[in-house]
Design a protein around this ligand. Sequence first.
Ligand code: ANZ
Ligand code: ZN
Length: 876
Amino acid sequence: MSDTSSPIPVEPQAPRYDFRASEPKWQQAWNADECFAVEDVPTDGRPKYYVLEMFPYPSGKIHMGHVRNYTLGDVVARYRRARGYNVLHPMGWDAFGLPAENAAREREIHPARWTWDNIAAMRAELKRMGLSIDWSREFATCQPEYYGHQQHLFLDFLAAGLVERKESWVNWDPVDGTVLANEQVIDGRGWRSGALIEKKKLSQWFFAITRFAPQLLAALDGMDRWPERVRLMQANWIGRSEGARIRFPLTEPQNGVTALEVYTTRPDTLYGMSFLALAPEHPLALALAATDAKAAAFIAECRRLGTTAEAIETTEKRGYPTGLAVRHPFDPARTVPVWIANFVLMDYGTGAIFGCPAHDQRDWDFATAYGLPILPVVRPAQGALPPDEAYTGPGTLMNSDFLDGLDVDAGKRAAIDRLAAMRWGESETNWRLRDWGVSRQRYWGCPIPIIHCDACGPVPVPVDQLPVVLPEDVTFDIPGNPLDHHPTWKHVDCPRCGTPAVRETDTCDTFVDSSWYFARFCAPQAAEPVSRAATDYWMPVDQYIGGIEHAILHLLYARFFTRAMKETGQIGVEEPFAGLFTQGMVTHESYRGAHDGRWLYPTEIERRADGSAIVAGTDEPVTVGRIEAMSKSKRNTVDPGAIIDRYGADTARWFILSDNPPERDMEWTESGVAGAYRFTQRLYRLAEAIAVSVPSAVTGEETPAARKLRRATHRAIAAVTDALDAFSFNVAVARLYELAGAMTDAEKDAASAPEDGALAAARGESLDALARLSAPMMPHLAEAMNSLLRPDGGPLVAQMTWPEADPALVLAESVTIAVQVMGKLRGTVVFPPGSPADEVIAAAEAEQNVARLLEGKRIVKRVHVPDRIVNFVLAG
Ligand code: ANZ
Ligand code: ZN
């Protein structure tokens, strides 16, 4: 990106603080003292705190979302360290994935080369941010030292029955002859070939995540440091569904089948049934297709639809009438037609449904398309049934014989009881969650450690032969999986019988790589995948921080992996992340050229005095668009590297923390970042002014000016501490602005009373507090200020403890206490907070107005609420 944005706004004074010299200097100082290194198993007795940001995919450059994410984590890490914790704050790279393979195909660069170049570039950028990371723990998931251990975990899970081999449907591109990921299927066509995608059945490896579905759901309840929203999303994804399995007898048995089973959550609506529908892959549908060409054609058409539930949800509802019929279980005289329908999934429930168009929208759409009856059986409590859509709300049952008059829940129970008595059905719980298919027909991933032998079947690679390393000499000039094409790699002897066999050429879904990296960080050099001693100390992660886009899959997979590792004895915890924080997005105005509507980078535009915008260096007007999440496609991005060049890392960190609470979106503006920059300069000048006059010991009596500043300092300590504890980083920023304001006022006081030794000491105290309180946010500037205060050396702020507020200075100087007689406000008295009850009550009793009211009365009770109320209760 070109670097043409406006220069730093003119300042009243020349910049005093040279961040370009300062930032690298303090980074070196931290490194030299290994300030952020921790042991795998510390024994110093301090409490532990593990803070982790979701590790980055090495795409090439960091973006503002990374800056926000890693700044948030760094604030937590630095703060906790100062509070006396052993803090684990590691960094690594989620380095496998499709983009590297695409780069290989498009630019003829090896995926490994592309990945490592990107890592080098991004590591340098992250280091410039001054993050307090223990870089000695860094790893990339594409290193055999990492993925070899992952293969070991795979084999352990396999031995424990947590990995299975099953047939499953994939997206098959018939032109490229390759399997496509869902995101590579666009409008039903292959993204490269444009060919219509087919569904194809392949034997694949699955993690048995459904085994843990009840536990994964139940544990959400106790996860009180996770956002409610994320817990809800997880619960919906796991999708516990309570309903019934119902058998419908076929009017005539078909291929030995006498009844069809459906799963329903609405047995109460049985009298509204007007059809039964089978999934296109339902065994009976397939059996019919063998003799019915039209049925076969319909099923083939459904296969081209893509495999995702979303695709099925959004396409037009289509069906094929089989000519078969079933009997209604409650009314054997009534028969209902059997269809094959494209919206019925084979892998949910029984792969068959009963359709009740009046009360299910998909059934409604289907019935409308094919002229099937719509029979309402639920009457809403208020209003009429909607004329042109299904009614899915609560109500009273009608047109339903023995169910008439019941509400929906009672109706469900009554219907199930009757079905059970007739042996036509029973209640059943289903889960939306599916087992996790991890096989990917890709090169740039972790090889699945299996060897296929004609005689022995799939055989695990013996652990002492791990890692199964990816071959480097691969070609990408033909479609399909390069591991499959490789002339030699897959040909090995069977570890069991020694005859020629072939390696599994599928690699793991990259979500596997990110499902246990947090455990590896605890002891990244360990000989075993996960060090039990290190994870016993560090796990769970105390604070995990990342984007809401990972609220479902990544977090669920990591939760599954942790439970699986617990079952196989690798780890002692069940849940990986005790606290989760999901940050908001970084947004920016968007710009388009007025002539052609092309998107423009913020650096390509210029503001005129009247606020309108033009393309920089031309007269072409620019349309200023909405403020929205930064994205490459809209070009409303700002390059963090350019910002750090111009203003320094502390300014970027400060601004990104200051604008809004971290869970909300924050708008990146030039004026905002310039304001943050000016503040860094202002703080430094303040520090310089104070540092020259700080006495080594307090001299003289405390003056009002000194007391005022001390109170401001200690209130800031208390408030910033509370704000950081509450993740209210923008509030912490605001409190530091206030402290700077109080310190500036004190400079004026000092100028007019240069002999005030107590004030000079208070100024020193305030600067010390400012350095330590601002260090989590602006660590370099904090060190620079501290070094002004301690010119002869001393500890780095990074090694110092958090300041403590003196409660006496935090409390208000005085409180106004309400004096009541019989609960009515009759006067007030003013006291220092925490004053003794007897003194307060005596003064209240003596208060003029109160004393008058009490005269001649008998006081039966004196109620005292400290610092707030005195109430006199009178007799009679
Ligand atoms: C009859 C009915 C009547 C239904 C009504 C809904 C409303 P959840 O909550 O997600 O479990 N269903 C069952 N199996 C299906 C499959 N394999 N593919 C597509 N749809 C399927 O949803 C359960 C409901 O989804 C079931 O309840 C069934 O439709 C449908 F007024 O049965 B229902
Ligand atoms: Zn064999």
